[in-house]
Ligand binder design. Structure first.
Ligand code: AHM
Ligand code: MG
Length: 347
């Protein structure tokens, strides 16, 4: 499709989004939200790439020339993400890993969509220049949810209540989800419910360019990504599963272990090569570490759109109704056969 008469036609993310809009897959509003998110990711990519250089300039004191405190990259990334969404004028509520509660966008900039995001996931990797990423999900406002907080006097509750209730939707309601990985290349992966597409940032033009269409995750794969340092804290069933992955069996080849400690990087590899990523519950963290709303649900929507599976070990992540913004859930995500295998051990 993209190759004609011996020349390559470059398809930018902007072009691709406009085509999706023309085809009626997304509306004009969502197109604008997605394009503002891609802008936020470009800005964060550049901040991440220059992190150690900028830190150097801050060494002389914790305060910059304008008298402002130097901010950590994850706080700055949160501001970049929020500001891009505000300036899109199409977002009503935003919920971020970096904010205690979901925030209503000021009326003059406001629109309909609800965006959940983790602006800079895996930020502990930054100082060593290892992969990080941004994760996001987009919902429509859910009027049904409002029923719960409409009191006898028919008031609609406080703005904060309305925000929480609207944001707490199961992943199955997601209209779009994606992530941007800041690695040896910067890759924006997106689903609008019709397959998974990857766009690579071309540093020469500063544009995301379509590099993979309709990504399908392999049905099985022999790579597992778990933080095995937690092994002693795990449940016996899970220990047995991991032990068995290390059993070379008749083929003589056990599974390979890979763990970056960056969900976006570990997930991206799993999506392309197959296998499984897991963040289990353990004796110390009853629900694991990862957050349902802006980490597990968007990734699960993407993996399902690529023919894979996202589970908490017993049920589909996308079916879980969140009750809190920063709720954690165990996550097992990747190739269908690999996720079903761990579910069998945990049953
Ligand atoms: P963060 O949102 O505070 O960055 O934490 C999420 C990250 C994931 O990217 C990664 O998969 C996980 O935490 C690693 O945790 P651990 O160091 O416990 O293995
Ligand atoms: Mg995170």
């Amino acid at each position: 499709e993209t190759k004609r008469k011996g020349t390559f036609l470059i398809e930018t993310l902007t072009n691709w989004l406009l085509k999706q809009e023309q085809a009626g897959v997304i509306d004009a509003e969502l197109t604008i939200v997605l394009s503002s998110i891609s802008m936020a990711c470009k800005q964060i990519a550049s901040l991440v790439q220059r992190a150690s250089i900028s830190n150097l300039t801050g060494v002389q004191g914790a305060v910059n020339v304008q008298g402002e405190d130097q901010k950590k990259l994850d706080v700055v990334s949160n501001e970049v993400f929020s500001n891009c969404l505000r300036s899109s004028g199409r977002t009503g509520i935003i919920a971020s890993e970096e904010e205690d509660v979901p925030v209503a966008v000021e009326e003059s900039y406001s629109g309909n969509y609800i965006v959940v995001f983790d602006p800079l996931d895996g930020s502990s990797n930054i100082d060593a220049a290892v992969s990080t990423g941004s994760i996001f999900g987009i919902y429509s406002p859910n009027d049904e949810c409002l029923g719960d907080i409409v009191g006898d006097d028919s008031t609609l509750g406080t703005t904060e209540q309305r925000c929480v209730v609207n944001v707490c939707q199961p992943g199955s309601n997601l209209l779009a989800a994606g992530y941007c990985m800041y690695s040896s290349s910067i890759i924006f992966v997106l689903t609008i419910g019709q397959g998974v597409f990857a766009f690579t940032l071309d540093p020469m033009y500063g544009e995301f360019v379509l590099t993979q269409e309709n990504i399908q995750i392999p049905k099985a794969g022999k790579i597992y990504a778990f933080n095995e340092g937690n092994y002693q804290l795990w449940d016996d069933k899970l220990k047995k599963y991991i032990d068995d992955l290390k059993d070379p069996g008749p083929s003589g080849k056990p599974y390979s272990a890979r763990y970056i400690g960056s969900l976006v990087g570990d997930f991206h590899r799993t999506l392309l090569y197959g296998g499984i990523y897991g963040y289990p519950r353990d004796k110390k963290s009853k629900n694991g570490k990862l957050r349902l709303l802006y980490e597990c649900a968007p990734m699960s929507f993407i993996v399902e759109q690529a023919g894979g599976k996202g589970s908490d070990g017993h049920q589909r992540i996308l079916d879980i109704q969140p009750t809190e913004i920063h709720q954690r859930v165990p996550l097992y995500i990747g190739s269908v056969e690999e996720v079903e295998k761990v579910e069998k051990y945990l049953a």
